[in-house]
Write a protein that binds this ligand. Structure first.
Ligand code: PBG
Length: 328
């Protein structure tokens, strides 16, 4: 016998009651804000494919970082757009390039904010692939050296967390070894462990001009059809020394996120990617959805599925909304 004894609606009657029995909550500390750094000075330019997000020059990026910190967002993740792209992505591991300078600027101005960096070559290579090309294909083992150099260069500049997003085999071990041998045992690795070859990255690739000039990324990023393989990828990265793992993209891959969290019980994050942001923004601009509710509902879904934190272009704004509503 359930109804009329059991009436689940009893617990949904008032806001106070709904708050009392709520299973999942959002907090500013759940988010990481991506920031884009470009060459030049005095720049804060809106990104066409990511309305509301900006390209920042090194001299201004601390403004964005400070606003994140003030809202209670614990970390930012930096992406660089270099002035020069070449075959081997040299700007990625140049100690004086934009990302490295931005790390120093943020650490100087907002020392308690965690600075995370995306470790990859696709923003820096002329061909747009995530590694060195040999005979028309990305050479895995040659790329490992370049990724390790990039991670060390970020660590030297003061990065707290390096996040390799290239999907080469063995990269976590290579990066861990290089960091340790340079005295950066304390620098944390967040692995983009289960990263799928996804159409959801479109607006990001426009923002950093990193679309592959030939072929695509299916030879290194995962096939969206595969779930078991994600567990294998995560397991390998943890064995190689990843401190935290990530599933990417977000909402379309919550099944993967949930099984990764349940299986390994390790710090697990998700990336609410550019295409997801762009879809919400486009629908909201037409008045077809309630923007704020849709954003918060999406972010809540990540936490309900098991995410410890979420990389999202909404980090700063969502944190500010949550702070306003705190005692209501
Ligand atoms: C670099 C990288 C990408 C993203 C994060 N790091 C692009 C890609 O793999 O093509 C995508 C982020 C987003 O879409 O918001 N490899």
């Amino acid at each position: 016998m359930s109804f009329p004894i059991d009436r689940p609606r009893r617990l949904r009657r008032t806001d106070a009651l709904r708050r009392l029995v709520r299973e999942t909550r959002l907090d500013p500390s759940d988010f990481v804000q991506p920031l884009f750094v470009v060459p030049g000075a005095g720049i804060k330019n809106e990104i066409t494919s990511l309305p509301g997000q900006f390209h920042w020059s090194v001299d201004r990026i601390a403004e964005a970082a400070r606003r994140c910190y003030s809202a209670g967002v614990p970390a930012v993740i930096l992406f660089g757009i270099p002035s020069q792209k070449d075959e081997l992505g040299c700007a990625a591991y140049d100690d004086h390039a934009e990302v490295q300078m931005a790390i120093r600027a943020i650490k100087r101005e907002v020392p308690d904010l965690l600075v995370m960096t995306d470790v990859c070559l696709c923003e820096y290579t002329s061909h747009g692939h995530c590694g060195a090309i040999c005979d028309g294909d990305v050479d895995n083992d040659k790329t490992l050296e370049l990724l390790a150099k990039t991670a060390v260069s970020h660590a030297k500049a003061g990065a707290d967390i390096v996040a390799p997003s290239d999907m080469m085999d063995g990269r976590i071990a290579a990066i861990r070894r290089a960091l340790d041998s340079e005295g950066f045992e304390h620098v944390t690795i967040l692995s983009y462990a289960a990263k799928y070859a996804s159409a959801f990255y479109g607006p990001f690739r426009i923002a950093v001009d990193s679309a592959p000039q030939f072929g695509d990324r299916r030879g290194y990023q995962m096939d969206p059809a595969n779930a078991e393989e994600a567990l294998r990828e995560v397991e390998l990265d943890l064995q190689e020394g990843a401190d935290m793992v990530m599933v990417k993209p977000g909402i379309a891959y919550l099944d993967i996120l949930q099984s990764v969290k349940q299986r390994f019980q390790r710090v697990t994050s998700a990336y609410h990617v550019s295409g997801e942001y762009a879809m919400i923004e486009a629908a909201a601009a037409r008045g077809w959805v309630d923007r704020k509710r849709l954003v918060l509902e999406s972010l809540l879904a990540f936490k309900r599925a098991g995410a410890d934190f979420v990389l999202t272009y909404y980090a700063m704004e969502a944190a500010e909304w949550l702070n306003e509503e705190k005692y209501r």
